[in-house]
Design a protein around this ligand. Sequence first.
Ligand SMILES: *[C@@H]1O[C@H](CO)[C@@H](O)[C@H](O)[C@H]1NC(C)=O
Ligand SMILES: *[C@@H]1O[C@H](CO)[C@@H](O)[C@H](O)[C@H]1NC(C)=O
Length: 217
Amino acid sequence: MECVVQGIIETQHVEALEILLHGLCGVRKERLCIHELCLKSVANLGLVSSEIRLICDLEQSEPTWTVRHVGGAMRGAVADQISVLVRPVVESKVSKNALRILNSLGYKLDHELLRVGFAFHFQRGAQITVTVSSINKMLKLHATDEAVPVTPGIQLVEVTAPSSSENYSEVAAAVSSFCEYLAPLLHLSKPGNSTGVVPTAAAAAASLISDGGGTKL
Ligand SMILES: *[C@@H]1O[C@H](CO)[C@@H](O)[C@H](O)[C@H]1NC(C)=O
Ligand SMILES: *[C@@H]1O[C@H](CO)[C@@H](O)[C@H](O)[C@H]1NC(C)=O
């Protein structure tokens, strides 16, 4: 399982976010350039439709493909009380011909994306990953070098941490408390419930940039 929250930030404030994240977690950022193919199977003969993603980080020296399936979010009274979404995730490494195999199993390409940005991985009550990326679409099939932004000037921020059915509340609490540090720059909430950019972002970004992230939070 994983705990996840998302938010958006204007590209002009991404540098300030990077300074803040670096100050908070003390690790170097990793560049990422993720080619993502979203495949859907059509519902037929008693099989429900399903969606899977083929993902490849083109920044790696030897890019490899991963297949990822995200299940439905945890529901119920407990899930409603926490401000983080908890969902099952299955990931597996796959070979380069995975697309052909999945096609033959009835999965059709729905859309493809290129996520370009950076990530921070660190331990803070949980194994937290923060990714900041612009979402691009390809003008031609698989043409990752001709990608154009889907929402120019806006980047997606995602905070995730692995969890299990035993420890999700502890992990969700760690993710929520980390997100509070980012609140002046962006609001993070459950996916699908984005609240837009925050009004304090410009002032917070200006002060972070002027002191170079030197202020200890
Ligand atoms: C919670 O469980 C997951 C899955 O077993 C594990 O990867 C993660 O490190 C655990 N986190 C904490 C904070 O115990
Ligand atoms: C989604 O956002 C609305 C408005 O900001 C808020 O009232 C609601 O509680 C949020 N829902 C979830 C599941 O976070």
